[in-house]
Design a protein around this ligand. Sequence first.
Ligand SMILES: [Zn+2]
Length: 358
Amino acid sequence: MTSRDIGIRYRRDLRLRDSIVRARHAGGGSGTHNRARSVEQRADAPVDVNALLCCPRCRSSLRFEREPIICTNAQCTYSRDGFPRAGGQPVLVDFERSIFDRENYGDDRGSVMQRDDSGRGLAVRCRRLLTGDNPVTPGKSREMIRRLTAQAPAPRVLVIGGGAIGAGADALYADPNVRVVGTDVYASPNTKVVADGHFLPFRDGAFDGVWIQAVLEHVLDPPAVVAEIHRVLKPNGLAFADTPFMQQVHEEAYDFTRFTLSGHRWLFRGFEEIDAGAVGGAGKALVWSIRYAALSLGLSTRMATLVALPFFWVRYIDRFAKTGPKTDGASGVYFFGRKSERVLNAKDMLHYYEMKHR
Ligand SMILES: [Zn+2]
């Protein structure tokens, strides 16, 4: 975790944004074009983020007039220490409780991971060919927009883990009626605030929707994060979560938990389900396993991808999978639901499994 690592991801995001804008002006391909529009749309979205923010420690108001940003509660440690900035964005993290340190944000943008977010590297493209696109998120992002804009003219959507735009989530950013507030544990062109999902620096009921994709496996305390999602949503607010089940460890030290479909449902027990199911089946999980079998022999990540590549077709068996058995061996699971005041009963869970296997 060196200062060189810190910020590499941000700089790559900046390069990605620049390349996207260039591609758009040059009339680039459709995928790239969508991302270009999404990033520019996000940048122009009229959201007064400061009005939504509060102290992640005590939830008191913040004072933004001078640097550093401080908490207005004289009893709070952050009324003295204040919060740093990374890439010009406020880092509203309670460092005493977080896995992330103030020092992570000392001299640059605050990324602790080195990776290729640009999607242009050969290794990333091979891995994408290997594991395929997300079959669920494009439809769910459009459905979330449809449902939210039916409830409110300009809904606010919080994206947790939005440093890089999630696979299939482009529609959220592209829709002119949706005001996206991106957060992550590092600053990127797609974020407005650096935050830790365990204690979100947002006021109660600040958002109409929350989007959390491929994040809950990377947090130490998923129930605490989901409780925060529940808190920052308005009554009847919508949440979408996409979380791995049969996927091996990724993101190194920052990977902690997996969920079955039922476990994921229980995690969101304070929500009424609209829809939930598998994200990729056992075929996709098998392709992941082949690559990790190669890694277990000591091969480099690049070599492991090459070894697994001839088996990319195995993921196509998921197209023929039956719904119930598919969820039992799914690569990941998703939950799409509405904030509720009713909490699911423990005994409901047996019925839930049966219902999902009919
Ligand atoms: Zn405070």
